[in-house]
Design a protein around this ligand. Structure first.
Ligand SMILES: [Zn+2]
Length: 78
C-alpha cells in the first residue's frame, strides 16, 4: 500500500491548516465592522472627525462628537 503515507500526510496537513483557517474566519468579520468609518462634524470648530476617534458627549439624549476635549468643553449645548 503506497497510498497510506500520502493519506497520513494529507491528514497532518489538514490538522496543521485548520487553526489557520479558523483564524481567518474569525478576523474577517472584525475587519468588516471597523472599515466603514463615519465622519461626524464638530459643532464647535466645524471640523469633520472620524467617529471612532471623536470625543463623544451625550447631552439631553443627543450625542455630539468633537475633534478634541477642548472643543467638547467649549460646547454650550445650544
Ligand atoms: Zn473641534
Amino acid at each position: 500500500m503506497r497510498l497510506l503515507p500520502i493519506l497520513l500526510l494529507l491528514v497532518v496537513a489538514v490538522v496543521l491548516l485548520l487553526p489557520l483557517l479558523s483564524r481567518i474566519r474569525l478576523s474577517a468579520p472584525r475587519a468588516r465592522r471597523t472599515l466603514p468609518d463615519e465622519l461626524v462634524k464638530d459643532p464647535v470648530c466645524q471640523t469633520y472627525v472620524v467617529k471612532s476617534r471623536a470625543v463623544r458627549r451625550t447631552d439631553a439624549g443627543q450625542v455630539r462628537y468633537f475633534c478634541s476635549e477642548q472643543c467638547a468643553r467649549l460646547d454650550t449645548g445650544a
